[in-house]
Structures are given as C-alpha cells and as structure tokens.
Design a binder for this molecule. Structure first.
Ligand code: HEM
Length: 140
C-alpha cells in the first residue's frame, strides 16, 4: 500500500536532519541565503554547528508531522493548517514559490539517493508532495 511505503521510507531517513538540510542548501544556495544566521557563510563550516542542527530539526519535524497525519481524511484540515502556517510564517521572509519548489526538488533527490525508491514508493511521495504543495501554494 502506498501510504505504508511513504511512512516506512520516511522513517528510514527522518533522523538524517542535518544531512537533508545540507543537501537542500548545497543544491540551492539561494535558500541558504535567506537565513540571516547562515547567509554568506561557508556551508561546510556551519554544517556541524548547533544552530544548523536546530534548524534542520525544525524543518524535518514539520515534514514528519505532515507525514504522520497523511492518509486519513479526518486529518486534512490539520494538514491544511500546517500548510497555511508555513505559508504565513515564510511570506514575510520573502520565500517564493520557486524556492519552495527548489526545496521539493532537493528533498526528492535526497530521498531517491537514500531509500529504495521503487515505483509505488515514488508514486506515494509524488502524491503526498503534490497534495501538500497545492495546499501550501493556495495559502501563499
Ligand atoms: C524557519 C527560510 C522552506 C520549515 C525559517 C527561517 C527562515 C526560513 C529564514 C527563520 C530562521 C530563523 O528564525 O532563524 C526558508 C526558505 C525556504 C524554507 C528560504 C525555501 C524553500 C521551509 C520548508 C519547511 C520549513 C519547506 C518545512 C518543511 C521551517 C520551520 C521554521 C522555519 C518549521 C521554524 C519555525 C518558523 O519560524 O516558522 N525558514 N524556509 N521551511 N522554516 Fe523555513
């Protein structure tokens, strides 16, 4: 079942928070540049800092929350609220739809490289990301 594939594969990488944020910043320095405490710094030198770990955990925990809610119609309003919160908190920071799409691309590339991405797993991830991003973009 697709939902099981989604949750199972996420559980194998969800503790790689620092690695995931590193992959996102490495692929898209424009995302890193939006973080006041990281802008202009060398990615490899900040990767092991406490501030980096804190942010990585915040972002990855958000994804874990959405994934834990996925699969039940009763949870759709809760997921919509999370998407709205993300849109509202990031708008004043000047985060664009293009940057959110970059984040998605980097995350997807990371997943493909680190989990067994067979057909049903890829479909499950695409569907989950499509759905969440539609909610996010409609709130922006
Ligand atoms: C916080 C930028 C995507 C989740 C932040 C902060 C910045 C930022 C500048 C504030 C850091 C601080 O206060 O020190 C960006 C940019 C993104 C992006 C440029 C481009 C794609 C995401 C995504 C998620 C996310 C996709 C979730 C999966 C969070 C969370 C926080 C945060 C949970 C901390 C709570 C908050 O202040 O809203 N982000 N972010 N961000 N971001 Fe993002």
């Amino acid at each position: 079942m697709q939902l099981i594939a989604l949750k199972k594969t996420w559980s194998t990488v969800k503790f790689n928070e620092v690695d995931i944020l590193y992959a996102v910043f490495k692929a898209y320095p424009d995302i890193m540049a939006k973080f006041p405490q990281f802008a202009g710094k060398d990615l490899d030198s900040i990767k092991d800092s406490a501030a980096f770990a804190t942010h990585a955990t915040r972002i990855v925990s958000f994804l874990s929350e959405v994934i834990s809610l996925a699969g039940s119609d009763a949870n759709i309003p809760a997921i919509q609220n999370l998407a709205k919160e993300l849109a509202t908190s990031h708008k004043p920071r000047g985060v664009s739809k293009d940057q959110f799409t970059e984040f998605r691309t980097a995350l997807f590339t990371y997943l493909k490289a680190h989990i067994n991405f067979d057909g049903p797993t890829e479909t499950a991830w695409t569907l989950a990301l499509d759905t969440t991003y539609a909610m996010l973009f409609s709130a922006m």
